[in-house]
Design a protein around this ligand. Sequence first.
Ligand code: DGJ
Length: 729
Amino acid sequence: MPINFYEKEKIFTLNTKSTTYAFGLFEDVFLVHIYWGKRINKFNSIKNILPYAERSFTTASYDLTGGVTNDTLPMEFPVYGNADLRGPAFHAEYADGSAITKLEYEGHKIYKGKKPLEGLPATYTESDDEVESIEIELKDKLTGMTVMLQYSVYNELDAITRSVRIINNGSQTIKLKKVMSANVDMQGCNYDMIHLWGAWGRERFEERRPLLHGIMEVDSKRGSSSHHHNPFVCFADKNTTENAGNAYGLSLVYSGNFVAGAEADSFDTTRAYIGINSFGFGWNLNPEQEFQSPEAVLVYSAKGIGEMSRIYHRLYRTRLCRGKWRDKERPVLVNNWEATYFDFNEEKILSIAERAKEIGIELFVLDDGWFGKRNNDNCSLGDWVVNYDKLPHGIDGLANSVNKIGLKFGLWFEPEMVSPDSDLYRSHPDWCIHVNGRDRSEGRHQYILDLTRQDVCNYIIESVNAILQSANIEYVKWDMNRNMAEIGSDLLQPEQQCEFTHRYILGLYSVLETITSKNPNILFESCSGGGGRFDPGMLYYMPQTWTSDDSDAIERLYIQHGTSIVYPLSCMGAHVSAVPNHQVGRTTPISTRGNVAMMGAFGYELDFTKLNDEDITVVKEQVTQYKEIGEVLHKGDFYRLKSPMEDKMAVWEVVSEDKQTVVVMFVNILGEANGPFVNIRLEGLEDGAVYKEEKTGEEYTGEFLQNMGIYRRRDGDFTSEYIIYKKVV
Ligand code: DGJ
């Protein structure tokens, strides 16, 4: 059984195939955290194993044995309002203005399977046998509030999910101020914190910093998960590397404001946490109402950061992403954005599509500029009506023509936005996020629609669906190009304004659920000025995300490297674009642009009619190669053999699920004169198996490739190579 309660020892253990997460009942009442790490099958009684001691200058709210004070106990779900004076996971204000909470154990329930989370994306199961769950009921006796801690254990996938449900069983409103989805009080504080940071055009750069005493956290207050930080954090031992050592990952299935971090206290324990950002957050929980937190996904790896990533990849690819396209190979696409920007008409689009067909491309995506009077980014968002000047046969006519050429047709939308210069804004100026009497800041000349309103959500659903039903659209790019400022809604009461950002995300999720379930055959890709909302929440609705607006192959090494710390290659939209690159001005060979983009959901972002014959030949080969190995790349195990953050070279390897195919990709960032050889040792192979290199026909054993490895020199700038091995014995 993955989940056990040992009555005598007062300990709960949650076991995956190689890990254990344990907590226990202290004094029969308080839930304390005990352990998270390599699998342990037997624990002694809670009385004998908790590392606590009496500490001077600490108070104890409860009559705890041995002089224990709350301030030193590792708590499973710490609350504000007792003598634990570290940062709490829960903080609420009650009707009398007090903010004291005391959570006591009431009972628990263990069951097979996993319940969906009301209104929120979450990992799921295909059969109840895959997962076991436990709900721990905690009660605040004075107010009657119940806090339900929900855990699910993916035994085979080696992951544990957590979330919290608050139920107001009392008679007065409770004002929630902070509800973390997960809190883990870990022993020791000698960890490095690894997180993914960035900005537009350079999203999710990996950063590793030692924890200091005090608080270290990343967050978003922008209304979306953001370009700046990702809802993920990892704590690793000092000596943890890609393939060895302890790594503890916390990832949040949420697309809005979040916080993730740790408090290293004065007794060298670390309180790690992740959840909705309490900044700007509040929730009025009326009697009989429930509040469900987003889900946190906890992954522990004893085999380094790489193994943690592979666990997230498998879980997110197979039990977070949903729908028809989850397991299907994605069509190779061409998107016209960098090829034409707003300057296109039907003729131009069809000429690119015709050339694309000759090359082997499968899907044509029409990006921004097809609606209203949108010839630049100043206007028309919200007016989802085709521009007949540009497209005289409408979207329907264009889709038919593209289909006749032999390609699928896809379309761009930015449904959450409204331009001040739009019919929608002129008729509904109150539909955007705003506070009366305050400025309405513009971002890319646009406002954000108020998705806390049902009428606005209905408008989005109806206007997007009307277009989707009017033509044979088989792919949608769902964009979102600004963050929230001057947050407020006309329809919320003053005391509810603090609920706005979370309500927006709930509104967004309900819109996405409706549109994606009404259109189950469409492949959806989310986007936010590139990867400004690349998070697990969006992946639940849309199995891929445009990784970054920076399409330069070299910059993409850093971006895709960082993104791969949590997210699988199948989720990362990656396209070959023109040179000199539009974002950084760099000229890289078409081969390298293709090789880097193939390590993602592959496509092109250029005008094929302008490519010379030599490049066309290479592109044709790339498309053919991708069709052959795309499935391996998307479903295989991914290894970061050399990090571009540490070297002038990036080397990535993918081993197919059945271990029959191995793909290795090198990119040399800068060449070196007379440089040393670089030794690259492969991973994830079978020692005794024999692998044949496709190009040379040379055969090697798995143990040779993993121990002796292969050698390359840093020859040339921006050069790259793909090596494919097939297992022969
Ligand atoms: C931002 C996206 O990231 C781009 O790919 C493109 O779709 C533009 N928006 C269009 O406005």
